[in-house]
Design a protein around this ligand. Sequence first.
Ligand SMILES: [Ca+2]
Ligand SMILES: [Ca+2]
Ligand SMILES: [Ca+2]
Ligand SMILES: [Ca+2]
Length: 454
Amino acid sequence: MRRALLLSTFLPAFLLATPAHAECEEDGSAIVCTGTDTDGFETDADGAILSVVPAATVSAEEDAVVLEGMDSRVENQGLIEAGEDGVVLGAGGTLVNDGTITAADDAVDGDELDDITVVNFGAIEGGDGDGNRGVVLGTGNRGTLENYGSITAYDEVFEAGDDALVTNEEGALIASGGEDGVQVQLNGDIANYGTIYGGLINGDGIDIDSGTIFNAQSGLIESRARGLTATEDGAEAGIDVDEGEGSVEIVNDGTIRGEIGILEDRGNTGGHVVSNAGLIAGTGGIGIDFDRGDDIVDLLSGGTIEGDVLLGEGSDMFAIEGGAVMDGSVSLGAGDDDVYLDGLFGAFVGGTESTLFDGGEGEDLIGFDLATTLGDIVGIAMSEAFADATELTFRNTDGSTSIIVFTGFELFDIEGELYSLNELAEAIPLPGALPLFASALGLGGLLRRRARRS
Ligand SMILES: [Ca+2]
Ligand SMILES: [Ca+2]
Ligand SMILES: [Ca+2]
Ligand SMILES: [Ca+2]
């Protein structure tokens, strides 16, 4: 206080215009901003703590609040307004925003720095042009974002390196205008209870190299860009897994949507796990597109996948529970793949004959849960909807029937026994239907039962 008074009393006016303290006053390592500051505040002292009190404004034509020392802390309850970056933090820095931060460039800049934490209860707004981001840590590791409010920008809204921890709470918003909502690298840990939007023109909801994503029942993760399927770069995804060896585990109780729902970029060799009790929707026709690696998709009761599931190379598994809806085909590609049908299927596949399970190359297996018996299979026939496909009709526990249509499967596991397709047809107690089916396949006799795969 005394120093500020002295300065204003005795120094020429042009010195007062240098970066600093119009209304942000220093007291040791603490800085308090009250009233209206029009030239921002800047220090490189370690451990600096700056507060913007309610109704106070800190603005600048360039960066507004710059605390570049280590382990600094900014607490904003007012308005921070910048012609360039809103808040610039050093390594280990923390921002708690309970007001508004609006910037023409990046709203919060800790670019390439580790151990930065941002907790947002208010509004954080990056610029609306190319290169303007929300909270940017670049490749900085161990970044933490806890969002209860809204964070928006044209480019990436939250961008961080390895070991990022992101929690987007119920009612909270992360929205990009033209790029990814959240972009993190290896070992990211993301929990979403609110809304995460990728851009309207481009961008994924979440772009990740590896880690875990939990999307709660209240959660929406969506890439909003449409019409990109036919373009050179291809479609954007609700969740996009980048190239590399990384694996991603996704637990979805809410909604994940994009032109592709969940996409593994070509060049990723990791196996991924998706457990879905919510909705995964690909508006362009592909719900999940994984290729290399041993992938697992578990479609739980109450869950829906809209669009095809492509599991590509590797020994993949697709499991579906009764009460789930698979609205699209499932292609398991090269490798020895498994499909498991669990829970006697009531409303098993929404479109009955619209869903084709394709085992592809390799020795592929369809397994039934242990409660299913040969007597629950009440029909077997060649599919009329798909060439070279077989249609099995099941009796459900409620007396209704469901149909599974498949091709390219060599083994069937029922009542703990392995059958080839022809052995299964022979074993099903359907005296009328069986000879028709057998002759349709042109069978000369039983194939030898194959050994159980190790
Ligand atoms: Ca695969
Ligand atoms: Ca496969
Ligand atoms: Ca296969
Ligand atoms: Ca096969």
